[in-house]
Ligand binder design. Structure first.
Ligand SMILES: [Zn+2]
Length: 165
């Protein structure tokens, strides 16, 4: 007799299809960042809890919060025991510019899992943002819908030195 599968909520993984749906939502946020975010890349982000999007954000004008920080602000404070997952189109920034490092903000917020569309070629980042998150045990997956993300983001990633973060 076949055993009934047991679904344990705490360990329920996000399916490949749902990963793509959530990254598509993050990509929609990315598009909203234009044109105000220039010369910074138009990044978008959603935060997911228990299979639902609970916050969205996109990069604002230079000096305003990046997508990740905007989504965390939209999420608000308060005690919430449910694990949070973030989907962001570009690797969170490792460095402090006019705004604080998004990778460190994600660590401080207690996000458990982060899905990234593509690595940021900016030499100040270029994997350093991923390392900051992994160093504290955050589960990071890079490359969700990478082709679609790059199709949109590539033109804005060409000259990182012009960014004013
Ligand atoms: Zn950032």
């Amino acid at each position: 007799m076949a055993r009934t599968p047991v679904h344990r909520h705490a360990t329920m993984a996000i399916t490949e299809r749902d990963q793509q749906l959530f990254m598509t939502a993050a990509l929609d946020e990315s598009r909203r960042a234009l044109p105000a975010c220039r010369p910074n890349p138009p990044v978008g982000c959603v935060i997911v809890r228990d299979g639902l999007i609970v916050a969205r954000g996109f990069t604002g004008e230079p000096g305003q919060p990046h997508a990740e920080a905007a989504a965390l602000l939209a999420l608000g404070g308060g005690f919430d025991p449910m694990p949070l997952t973030m989907f962001v189109t570009l690797e969170p920034c490792a460095f402090d510019g006019r705004t604080p490092s998004c990778a460190r903000g994600i660590v401080a917020a207690g996000i458990r899992t982060v899905y990234v569309g593509t690595i940021d070629p900016d030499p100040r980042n270029s994997g350093a943002g991923i390392e900051i998150m992994q160093a504290v045990g955050i589960e990071v997956r890079v490359g969700v819908l990478e082709n679609q993300v790059l199709e949109f983001l590539s033109p804005y990633l060409l000259r990182p030195s012009q960014r004013v973060t």
